[in-house]
Design a protein around this ligand. Sequence first.
Ligand code: GLY
Length: 311
Amino acid sequence: MLTTWSFGPVGNDAAFPGLASGGEALDAVVHAATVFEDDPSIDSVGVGGLPDADGVVTLDGAIMTDPNRCGAVCFVNHFANPVQIARRVMEKTIHITLVGDGAERFAEREGFQRRELLVERAREVWMQWRTDPSAIDRDMYQGWLPPINIEELEGIDQTKRRGGPAGSHDTVGMIARDVQGRLAAACTTSGMAFKVPGRVGDSAIIGQGLYCDQEAGAAVATGTGELITGVNGAFLIVELMRRGATPEEAITETLERVRKRYKLVDEHQVAFIAADARGNWGSGALRPGFRHTFTDGGGTRVEDPGVELEE
Ligand code: GLY
């Protein structure tokens, strides 16, 4: 069981016993995701996630085992467990992705309970952001320029870009491999902190935030979604593994593409975890700061990634 970030043990340790005793990889990633989403101390997913610019928490989540077996929900703001809802979309509808009001009505019909997602600590952080005199431009459409392609750099005031609000992108992604060798991937996030209302990042977009194909492997992304989207990050890694790259080689090539095609600013980070169909696995990040959590029969370890492109 491989999870993004150092807070992974809380989810891995809850889900791993089921996996070790013969449970399905799919159940393990849903179990772990639910633990993270229900933990109000994690400010990038579920209950406790940081809100958008209007102070509203919106969640995206997805699940995948194969190209013909995936589900996703985006812009859910009254339900805490988008990965569980995504699984229902996958199992009970002919669709893959439901968003906003439709996703919420589906969740309600499926018996999910409404929850308040904005906790007091997250509300205070949002209030601080709104009133911080050093924030350069409070108009969200000017103060929060999206990442831009390197070809578009001219004419953009970079000091303004750096002055934008610090994002929280610690999307939690999980890959599990069960005793039968089946892979499953899940991804859950409250997205970029203080995002423009309506913004959906990479996490719940199949191929961007996650991808899984039993014939090739699985990959999950975390970090600045706009950078991951532009290179179709998770899909690219899985396709590189299909053609023979190791997980670390595939992650490195994908991170290099991000670095080449975007002008990176201080707030940017992108990291991936990946596993191939044979059970080899790896992780990598653009910059220092990312750690993964790995659990197997020998226990749970929080480790630095195998690849860090920049010092
Ligand atoms: N990677 C999470 C997001 O940007 O929404």
